[in-house]
Write a protein that binds this ligand. Structure first.
Ligand code: NAG
Ligand code: NAG
Ligand code: NAG
Length: 968
């Protein structure tokens, strides 16, 4: 026996005697119901009293005393964990003090046989006349080390005369505290009855042989919670739980309950150490935020976690937003929530309003007993009767002072005085969470002990425990039924409530303008069903549950508006250009430039490019602007417009070149009949192959408009989708079309190559070749790009549109712009009345002089464009130079001869007629010139457009310095 315990004992004795004397003296008039508890406390210290230990009972003389050691969280220490420099505050949130009062009430009822709350208690004086109950309050401070210290101190007591030895333990609150203490008490042979320890880990009878509880485990609450969330269509729930026995078991219970009752619910859990630093809280809140969920279930302890956690949650935007809902386990007590006062606009106020708390409850106060008229209305349920009895304690100074006396005192915290709580007249108004359970716990322990003692056997711990498990009665918390395997209250016999914390706007704005929080029991869960008592108000102030996830945003990959506008612009430009060029061709169909170029082909080119423009236009449609049936039509129409347009244009061009080659590249100038039908045969063939392929394609593998999801968000909802024309099984057709059309381009290039030496009047072959080459280059770059960019609709469509537009424009601009230019030039030349020389060299191309073409037109004989065969011309010119050189030499000789003759007879000639000689000389020169010009190959041919017959130009056989062929 240490000096300390001796001192403690002495202190206890002195204070008890003092208490009894002072209170008896002061409260003689209205002796409280706790007076006899004080009496039995005192009994063993009386002089001459003999105290022996029988089983778990202290027998004082002939009175057997069952001493209940009660571990409850009564105070919490803030600041440093060392005792100096810290402040101690009473722990009120759960109703520990009311719970202690309820225990005292139960003991006094057991001792006196008062069956006013539980009728069974009335029998105890008869059943076990010698059994009495006392208790001792130990402050567990929510801390397992403190609690274990208390328990060890308790079980090490060995002198009942000196200090009461325990008969059973009650408490503590936190499962993490109850579990280690239960191991010790179980090993020492003392039953321990947990007070609201809800961890299902305590169910294990091997580990905790003598542990039991009158409250259901978290597995029961978890079922209630899951069913509540299911009832408001929450499918995604983030759980923040303390990483202790309580939190871990609770979250397991939730997951198991969800697996059974809400299989589609997704639960993500984040653990939080019990002693969490600011940084850890910050990280855990960030983790919660990262889930993206909007419903949070907090399995936390309000005294330790609530303020820092919720402040941080508000800071990070997952609380107090109106969209995020927090519901807590019973670790967040009503007492603390309604006790806190918040500055208007403070983060904690925003976070706290509209929150909820799900807990097993002893009972609910009926409206009938809300008013303080117990005499008028006989309360029916044990819970209501307990609530009234607790209110009576408020009016009983003796009882209050006994309660205060029993509370632990802390000499190192002289400022700490929990008894000032009782000065609040409202303090006992609500029973709180613990009181009904603790009342029933004491009643169950007492009834079992009474029966055990009555059966003549001393009270052994395990027997007492087993007997308690079999004790059934209608207690303050409803019908008490314990599971004989686990020692835990059956969930079916329990009542759960969802308390809604709402902003208290109605009354008592306190002088500082602070706002309080009101607790409203909104829903009750009983027998597997939630019943609504009051509408639950959510954080946004409405009674409509917010969606459990942020609204889903599906990126449908529509064509970007700007891109769509661009594609439309391209398509329309091409179509308008086609129409404009067709109009121009029509208007100038009588002009030589147009007639020379054969308007039929120009019109075909216009039609072809128009179709290509249509295909570009079709690219701008998707299901953002059209119904899917319209999109499907566009899908089908696109290859038609593109292939036919392309085939028409390309074939018109290569036909043109082909015709030139046909005419020019023959050495003998025989008449070649090339009808329009003849040259158009390849065109019909090409267009026919395209059309046939397209028809087969449409008939056998029709294109479909498909929208498919390509990506899902974190919640498994579609977040990205892509729409496209599904050309399934179209590969053979596409390859056929590609080969045909690209082949046509290659063929056109080949024709243009063959015609490389043929220079037409308006350099047409050259421009055709340029346009073909441009198209080829664009296709080589564009088609692979179109394949690569299939992922993004916008880019894909833009690439396609750009490729087609480039092809189309290169056709249109290379063909028409030079013609327009030439035509203007021709018109200007006519009006300018310029009298050019027959031909002049201009960038390697000979252009027919306007005077000549005018004269030709006036004759109506020459229709086609002039074609200059460079090779022939070259040889002609070379031979001409040769001849001229010869002539020159001849003439030079002649001159020399003449000079010599003149020299000889100059005197005579000068005398006769000097002027005649000069005239002769000049005329001779002129003759020579004309002679040289007239000496010419007769390779000037003209082709009549109407007949497409090559004829040797009969009118101008010898007036041009070049080969003159006019096939177009
Ligand atoms: C207790 O806390 C105070 C203030 O933080 C400190 O000065 C003191 O050293 C601590 N004492 C012990 C025993 O740790
Ligand atoms: C029984 O207990 C109740 C509540 O504490 C009290 O009001 C009542 O007076 C008691 N009855 C007797 C007979 O003491
Ligand atoms: C729960 O409520 C439903 C209908 O509201 C009812 O059919 C069912 O029987 C109830 N379950 C229990 C256990 O009372």
């Amino acid at each position: 026996m240490s000096l300390l315990t001796a001192l403690q004992r002495a202190l206890l004795v002195i204070s008890s005697i003092l208490f009894v004397q002072t209170t008896c003296a002061s409260a003689t008039t209205s002796e409280g119901s706790f007076s006899q508890l004080a009496f039995y406390d005192e009994l063993r210290f009386e002089e001459g009293a003999t105290v022996t230990r029988q089983g778990n009972l202290d027998v004082v003389d002939d009175v057997s005393i069952c001493h209940l050691a009660t571990l409850l969280p009564l105070s919490s220490v803030e600041g440093d964990h060392n005792d100096t420099g810290s402040t101690r505050t009473p722990f009120t949130t759960l109703g520990s003090f009311r719970g202690a009062a309820a225990m005292m009430l139960a003991m006094s009822h057991l001792n006196s046989g008062n069956g006013s709350i539980i009728p069974e208690l009335a029998q105890t004086p008869q059943t076990c006349p010698q059994l009495r109950f006392t208790m001792e309050l130990l402050d567990s401070q929510l801390d397992e080390r403190k609690a274990i210290d208390h328990v060890i101190g308790m079980v090490q007591r060995n002198d009942p005369k000196d200090q009461p030895l325990p008969c059973a333990f009650v408490g503590s609150y936190r499962s993490a505290v109850s579990m280690p203490t239960s191991i010790i008490t179980g090993l020492q042979g003392y039953p321990q009855w947990a007070a609201m320890s809800t961890s299902s880990a305590l169910d294990n009878p091997d580990q905790f042989p003598l542990a039991g509880r009158l409250n259901p485990s978290d597995d029961g609450t978890a079922v209630a919670a899951i069913l509540f969330f299911q009832s408001i269509q929450v499918q995604h729930l983030a759980v923040l739980h303390t990483s202790d026995a309580y939190g871990n078991a609770y979250v397991n219970g939730l997951i198991q309950a969800a697996a059974i009752h809400a299989p589609s619910m997704q639960i993500l859990s984040v653990d939080l150490p019990f002693h969490a630093s600011e940084e850890i809280i910050q990280r855990r809140v960030a983790k919660l935020k990262a889930t993206g969920f909007r419903y949070f279930f907090g399995i936390i302890f309000d005294a330790v976690h609530y303020d820092p956690l919720m402040s941080e949650a508000v800071r990070q935007g997952i609380a107090g937003t109106g969209e995020h809902q927090w519901i807590f386990s019973d670790g967040v007590g009503v007492g603390r929530m309604i006790g806190a006062k918040h500055k208007p606009g403070s983060p904690l106020l925003a976070a706290s309003r509209g929150t909820g708390m799900i807990t097993a409850v002893g009972g609910l106060l009926k409206n009938a007993v809300e008013e303080d008229h117990p005499s008028q209305q006989q309360p029916t349920s044990p819970y209501d009767r307990l609530a009234l009895a607790l209110r009576d304690i408020q009016n009983n100074p003796y009882d209050l002072s006994y309660l205060s006396f029993k509370l632990p005192h802390y000499p190192e915290h002289p400022d700490y005085d929990a008894s000032i709580l009782f000065a609040d007249p409202e303090f006992f108004h609500e029973p709180g969470l613990l009181a009904p359970f603790l009342y029933d716990t004491v009643a169950a322990i007492g009834l079992a002990a009474c029966q055990e003692v009555a059966s003549g056997i001393t009270l052994a711990g395990d027997k007492h425990y087993q007997r308690t498990l079999q004790t059934n009665f209608d207690g303050a918390t409803g019908r008490v039924v314990l599971n004989p395997e686990t020692g835990t209250r059956e969930a079916t016999s329990a009542l759960f409530s969802l308390t809604n914390f709402v902003q208290d706007d109605t009354n008592n704005m306190d002088p500082d303008g602070n706002v309080g929080i009101r607790a409203v029991v909104a829903n009750v869960f009983q027998n597997g069903n939630w019943t609504t008592l009051e509408p639950y108000i959510f954080n946004d102030g409405s009674t409509v549950p917010t969606l459990d996830l942020p609204p889903s945003k599906v990126d449908a990959n529509y064509i970007h508006t700007a891109a769509r506008a661009l594609i439309l612009f391209f398509g329309c430009s091409i179509m308008i250009l086609s129409m404009a060029f067709a109009t121009w061709t029509k208007l100038h169909s009588s002009d030589r430039v147009v007639r020379a170029s054969q308007p039929v082909f120009l019109f075909i080119i216009c039609i072809g490019t128009f179709f290509m423009g249509v295909s570009v236009l079709l690219l701008s449609f998707d299901d953002a602007v059209l119904r899917s049936i319209g999109c499907q039509a566009a899908c089908i129409g696109f290859p038609w417009a593109l292939c036919l347009g392309f085939a028409l244009t390309a074939s018109a061009l290569f036909t043109k070149t082909h015709r030139i080659n046909l005419i020019v590249n023959q050495r003998q100038f025989r008449r070649v009949a090339v009808t329009a039908l003849d040259v158009m045969k390849p065109m019909f063939c090409l267009v026919g192959i395209n059309a046939l392929t397209l028809i087969l394609w449409n008939a056998l593998n029709p294109a479909e408009w498909v929208r498919e999801t390509t990506d899902y968000d974190a919640f498994g909802r579609p977040s990205h989708s892509i729409a496209y024309c599904s050309y399934e099984g179209a590969i053979p057709y596409i390859i056929t079309l590609a080969i045909t059309n690209v082949g046509a381009i290659f063929y056109a290039c080949y024709e243009a190559y063959v015609a490389r030496d043929v220079s037409t009047e308006y350099a047409e072959s050259e421009y055709i070749f340029k346009s073909m080459a441009t198209v080829l280059v664009v296709c080589f770059i564009g088609i692979p790009m179109a394949f690569v960019t299939e992922e993004s609709t916008t880019v894909h469509r833009c690439t396609l549109a750009a490729v087609i537009s480039a092809c189309s424009l290169s056709f249109q601009l290379y063909i028409f712009v030079p013609k327009i230019k030439f035509n203007r030039q021709a018109i200007r030349d006519v009006h300018g009345n310029s009298n050019n020389t027959a031909s002049r060299r201009q960038s390697g191309v000979f252009r027919v002089s306007s005077t000549r073409s005018l004269s030709s037109e006036s004759t109506g004989e020459e229709f086609g464009v002039r074609v200059f065969n460079r090779k022939h011309r070259e040889t002609d010119l070379v031979s001409e130079v040769h001849k001229l050189k010869k002539q020159n030499m001849k003439l030079q000789m002649e001159i020399n001869t003449l000079k010599a003759g003149r020299d000889e007879s100059s005197l005579e000639l000068t005398r006769q007629n000097s002027s005649k000689s000069v005239t002769f000389d000049e005329s001779s020169m002129i003759e020579t010139t004309s002679c040289s010009i007239g000496h010419r190959s007769l390779r000037s041919i003209a082709v009549s457009e109407a007949e497409s017959i090559i004829t040797i130009d009969p009118l101008h056989p010898d007036d041009e310095s070049n080969l003159d062929v006019a096939p177009f």
